[in-house]
Design a protein around this ligand. Structure first.
Ligand code: DLZ
Length: 204
């Protein structure tokens, strides 16, 4: 009888160790699925030396959007965009990012615009309306102006999630937006130049 209890106890012990190992493995996998926004992996970030980039930043949740702006600015400068070629304007809230971006596209000669904002889920449906409005608005600007408009808006459940993504443990969405802007301008210019040189050849 005593032997049976000891045997069962040892079995139970190994079951618990086995289950804990599986749970830890799953948790680790879940954690690694959360992408670090400042880690561009193997993506090559183009040289921004000849690029002019507009940045529109929302004042709502300023603590967060200031940090997004710093991330975007530092990444642009790191990749050789000149300070004088970064045109920054601010708007009251995320909802106004669309018009801010449109004004930069219409009245300046920027190659791309980055919009930065932070919408935090509240008790009402305002969150959904702002997120839908700005997503739709920015998508339409990309197509209307045939120029990159990059979506650097955090849409989080709470302020902690936002802090994690504006320079915290999950990187900075501003970095990601800036790197994306450089990539899209380079791609856009390359395709345009190829198209123009093919067009000129066919004209000869
Ligand atoms: C009104 C509002 C609310 C409730 N929440 C946010 C937010 O979390 N993040 C943000 O950027 N802006 C918010 N706003 C303001 C709207 O974006 C917009 O400025 C106002 O509705 C005026 O159009």
């Amino acid at each position: 009888m005593k032997f049976f209890f000891i045997y069962s106890f040892i079995n139970l012990f190994f079951y618990i160790i086995f289950a804990a190992a599986i749970i830890i493995k799953k948790l680790k996998k879940m954690a690694s699925n959360l992408k670090n926004l400042s880690d561009f992996g193997s993506a090559e970030i183009p040289n921004g030396i000849d690029m002019k980039i507009g940045v529109v930043v929302a004042q709502w949740n300023k603590e967060i959007t200031d940090a997004l702006l710093k991330g975007a600015h530092d990444t642009l400068v790191k990749h050789n965009v000149k300070e004088e070629n970064i045109v920054t304007v601010s708007v009251p809230g995320t909802f106004e990012l669309t018009l801010g971006a449109q004004s930069l596209l219409e009245y300046t000669d920027v190659d791309a615009v980055i919009v930065l904002g932070c919408v935090i889920q509240g008790d009402t449906r305002h969150f959904d309306f702002i997120c839908n409005g700005v997503t739709q608005g920015i998508t339409e600007l990309n197509i209307k102006y045939n120029q990159p408009v990059i979506f650097g808006v955090l849409t989080t459940n709470n302020i902690e999630q936002a802090r994690e993504r504006c320079g915290g443990k999950l990187g900075n969405k501003g970095d990601e937006a800036a790197a994306t802007a450089l990539q899209m301008v380079a791609l856009h210019n390359q395709l345009r130049d190829n198209y123009l040189s093919n067009y000129e050849e066919s004209e000869i």
